[in-house]
Design a protein around this ligand. Structure first.
Ligand code: HEC
Length: 153
């Protein structure tokens, strides 16, 4: 009980100080821990992407941090294949995702592989290659969303 109170207090703090992504509220009514976990892993990849885009567009002068974010993205992307266990149906995930597991595994592998390639490109200094790797990684996310994720949530 005490732990819960502390957690609630802590999350209040995080919200107040703006440390939680705004969209965390989208799953507020969601009680299933696996669904909430999936949400946070997906969001974290999205945040890595957003920060990398800022570096890429020179909105911040932090070229060396590109590879840190890209590695983080690649690590998270390696978790995608396990984010849809039985019993975690719902939220914005379409039922189809539990009906064709092989295709989903393939899409997860594709996303993990393109994210790993992005991490590799980010470690080098070929901007054109980096741009290409960026686009490929983004396309892998988008491809899966188009098939398995509901438009709005
Ligand atoms: C295997 C398919 C698949 C791949 C690959 C995938 N996603 Fe998702 N993503 C989903 C599904 C399905 C949902 C909806 C999950 C839910 O509502 O529980 C989702 C939700 C999200 C969300 C919204 C958060 C939420 O849970 O509502 C973000 C942001 C996101 N994904 C980012 C990414 C990024 C960035 C990548 C690529 C690095 C990626 N996703 C790769 C299937 C995928």
């Amino acid at each position: 009980m005490r732990k819960i109170v502390v957690l609630i207090a802590a999350s209040g703090l995080l919200t107040v100080s703006g440390l939680l992504p705004v969209s965390a509220g989208a799953h507020e009514g969601q009680k299933n821990p696996e669904v909430r976990y999936r949400h946070f892993v997906m969001e974290s990849m999205s945040n890595d992407f957003a920060a990398m885009a800022m570096i890429f567009k020179n909105e911040v002068d932090r070229p060396d941090e590109m590879q840190v974010l890209a590695r983080s993205l690649a690590e998270s992307a390696s978790l995608i294949a396990g984010l849809f266990p039985a019993g975690s149906e719902g939220a914005s995930a379409l039922p189809l995702i539990w009906e064709e597991p092989e295709r989903v595994q393939e899409a997860s592998r594709e996303s993990a592989a393109t994210a790993a390639a992005l991490a590799e490109a980010a470690a080098g200094d070929d901007r054109a290659a980096l741009g290409k790797a960026f686009a490929a990684a983004g396309a892998a996310c988008k491809g899966c969303h188009e098939r398995y994720k509901a438009e709005d949530e």
